[in-house]
Design a protein around this ligand. Structure first.
Ligand SMILES: [Zn+2]
Length: 218
């Protein structure tokens, strides 16, 4: 998934008012932040095959360290402990763990059977990506719901809070539509670079928006 992961983070805003927006958006993507590093190091393998699935050209051959269920549990624990150590926010740490773990569940729904339970296990996936209309409908509805919950749980206190947030929402939606409907990236390297750029843009925008759009309960 793409938008679906961001949707889960946005929907969690009312549950943990102290969690920074950047963490809400990054935690559900944590496994996809580990993945480019593992591919870059040669520990995991993927290739691009245009037209492979209706909604994804990715053939994810081997990803035990970023995307097995056991690895996801480990990353969730690590992220939650790290957040707890830095902030002392116990409630936020529980939400961080749940957000990191949610990635595995949503990927299991989306992917063809390429998601291992542990390194070397059988691989599973319900295959939402086999269908382009189902992928578009699921992710757009999820994102709309997440965006609505986030908007309701926050209050704009300046122009960036008021206009920056809808701008980010439109940007993410456009990025999703380009990824699903546009030409596939020419190489895995090009894909990894675009993921890195997306991360920097989203984290930067989230930090700017947060200053002028605090949680209502904070
Ligand atoms: Zn993933």
């Amino acid at each position: 998934m793409f938008l679906g992961h961001f949707a889960v983070g946005l929907a969690a805003r009312p549950l943990a008012p102290r969690l920074p927006l950047a963490v809400l958006l990054a935690a559900p993507q944590a496994l996809d932040l580990v993945w480019p590093v593992m591919v870059g190091l040669g520990l995991e393998r993927a290739r691009i095959e245009p037209g492979h699935l209706e909604a994804s050209p990715l053939v994810l051959e081997h990803m035990p360290y970023s995307h097995s269920l056991v690895a996801a549990l480990g990353w969730a624990l690590l992220c939650a402990l790290g957040y707890r150590l830095v902030t002392r926010d116990r409630r936020g740490a529980v939400v961080v763990a749940a957000l990191v773990l949610s990635h595995w569940l949503l990927d299991w729904v989306s992917h063809e059977p390429d998601m291992p339970l542990w390194p070397g296990s059988g691989r599973y996936g319900l295959g939402l990506w086999y269908s382009l209309p189902a992928t578009l409908a699921t992710e757009l509805v999820m994102f709309a719901a997440g965006a609505w919950l986030y908007t309701r749980a926050t209050v704009a206190r300046g122009p960036i809070g008021r206009f920056g947030w809808p701008f980010l929402a439109v940007l993410l939606t456009a990025g999703f539509l380009a990824a699903v409907l546009g030409d596939p990236p020419p190489t895995i390297r090009a894909l990894l670079i675009s993921v890195a750029v997306l991360i920097v843009v989203v984290i930067g925008a989230a930090i700017a928006i947060e200053r002028q759009r605090p949680a209502r309960a904070a």
